[in-house]
Design a protein around this ligand. Sequence first.
Ligand SMILES: [Zn+2]
Length: 340
Amino acid sequence: MSAITPGLVCAHHHLYSALARGMPAPPKVATSFQEILEQVWWRLDTALDLEMIRWSAMLGALEALESGTTAIVDHHESPNAIEGSLSVIADACAEVGVRVVCAYGVTDRHGPDGARRGLAENERFVKAGGRGLVGIHAAFTCSDESLRAAAGLARDLGVGVHVHVCEGIGDIDAPRRLDGLTRDDWLLSHCVHLPTDHTLKGTILHNPMSNLNNAVGYANPARFSNPVALGTDGIGGNVLEAFRLAYVMQRSVDVTCGPDSAWRWLETGWDLVPEARADEVTWSYDPMDPWHIAFTPGILPRQVTIDGEVVFAAGRPTRVDADEIRAKAREQAARLHARL
Ligand SMILES: [Zn+2]
């Protein structure tokens, strides 16, 4: 153990949500997860254009880098700016120097044409050489036809599927709807209400802070035999923070557990984005041992090397101007909030 680790992987992110902070309060207080979706996220994603997507991705990538996260597995939706959106996100992350695996979340919420265009964006991006997966929003917003089409496209392209599963009780049918479609290269985000004896294949993505914030319950991912990885679900890119919370959440239901299993979940990120193993983060704390990190707040990277290039040093990104990104993101957030 030392102060150096490979680059961390955020296994479930929504870069577009970087501009949500400070958005006006919804018309009425959301009283359920379904209402949070309807009154916050589905109003926000509908209002996004490509310029907003660009600066939300720049800000999200910057914040990931500032937290020692060198690879982001992103899940994107912008129903009024679908075509080209994944390339905008990939380009923004490349500019900052952070790795990203993109997916567009196919959904029938905006009719079958919306689902078709989402599917086409995934196909366009991957066929153009982009590092991507096929995205599905969630079974409960998709027709069986769209679910089958997305699974088939992923198989044809030789990539996995990135999908929300049983985040809230409204998606309780997901295991039945996805039965026979999932494979080991699928990423199943949340799985809070997924039965322990389910038959879905793939890696389960655990997002403890988001689950608490949405009051959907505790996924207790230790109960699954699937691999488990850690994400933020769009609440920043700090995976060390996700690890610390994952540990105490597990501890809250099992006083015998140590931080080792939450740390293994963090390490699963390197199976999803193996390139990040070669990245190097020098931290402000030594040793970077799970038992130390679990009880040490405020650990920050001193230097980050991605793909052999130093992209963060002395508290600043080396390729971009952090102040400029924050200023531009604020401008775009104001435009976005004015549309809500
Ligand atoms: Zn999510």
